[in-house]
Design a protein around this ligand. Sequence first.
Ligand SMILES: Cc1cc2nc3c(=O)[nH]c(=O)nc-3n(C[C@H](O)[C@H](O)[C@H](O)COP(=O)(O)O)c2cc1C
Ligand SMILES: Nc1ncnc2c1ncn2[C@@H]1O[C@H](COP(=O)(O)OP(=O)(O)O)[C@@H](O)[C@H]1O
Length: 320
Amino acid sequence: MKCIEEKMWFQVESSGTAVTLGKFDGLHRGHQILLDKIEDQKKNGLDSMVFTFDMPPSTLITGRTRQQLNTNEERARRLERQGLDYLIVYPFNDQVCHMEPEGFVEQILCGCCHASYLAVGTDFRFGYRRSGDAELLLRLASKYGYECEVVEKAMDGNRAISSTYIREELAAGHMEKVNALLGYPFTVSGRVIHGAQLGRQWGMPTLNLQPDPYKQLPPGGVYCSCTIVDGVVRPGITNIGYKPTVSDAGIRGVESYLFDFDGDLYGKDVEVMLLSHVRPEHRFESVDLLKKQIASDIAFGKEYFKKYPVKSLQKCYEII
Ligand SMILES: Cc1cc2nc3c(=O)[nH]c(=O)nc-3n(C[C@H](O)[C@H](O)[C@H](O)COP(=O)(O)O)c2cc1C
Ligand SMILES: Nc1ncnc2c1ncn2[C@@H]1O[C@H](COP(=O)(O)OP(=O)(O)O)[C@@H](O)[C@H]1O
């Protein structure tokens, strides 16, 4: 996958691209329909392209930074695994904000990206004051020589699947719902760092991650999880939180104990998939009580994986 970031003017090598545009936060089941459309255009000799901005447009306009379902790195990794040819992360500056919609189509989509095919959702907006929409893209198609498809939203019952909907479910800790809406397990990625080295002394070593500050996490607590280490999906149990029983540092971390695994993971990049909420994090009166509770969490987790074997998740990782 070629990634073109932060450049206002460029020329892709491809002579024709199939482009979908948007923020793609979460790369959920609705986004997947658009991605399938552009991948499908490979049969017509086009290269697939996702065109996105380097930050949520709402950030520049409102000055607020909202946490995201996936970090830009996570989004790029998933798109690359799906076989995308081009990822454009376009700068979202004042000049771009003030661009008239037709200028954007002519100069950027056609001029820089060589778009021959566009797929967008029904509510897609672009250009100055969001004045460009799907209808305009359809109207300009023959003038600029591209084909345009406007795709209906994927639904969950009578609610459209959206990043906002998934963020709400994530904030409530409904991992089964989140994962059903995403179409794959919600994943936190990061590099394994050193903790206080208490876990090993307790016979339960735990890998620690410091998640990206812009990554939205579910509520603190214990989750059945699978962790991808060197391409292998390993079942385990994860705590998200501050470890209030043993620490007053006030740093929120993600920490996983992998079942039936032994090995040195420090410095490795891993991905923790959160599958099911078990309980909230507590401050225990003693370390002994915490250890007893963790032993019972581990037993619960092992039972969970008897019901939901990891095999299906390995498959899911491979298609991510
Ligand atoms: C399944 C699981 C549940 C946990 N639950 C809690 C908890 O409720 N409260 C808490 O203070 N720490 C909790 N922890 C964090 C432990 O305090 C932590 O694993 C231990 O201090 C070892 O940390 P270390 O990796 O820094 O050595 C939990 C950890 C795991 C793996
Ligand atoms: N089953 C396992 N689950 C998680 N980490 C493991 C496991 N076996 C070995 N490890 C290794 O042990 C480290 C955790 O040991 P621990 O004593 O909890 O130290 P720390 O506090 O630095 O995380 C992990 O970072 C990893 O390298």
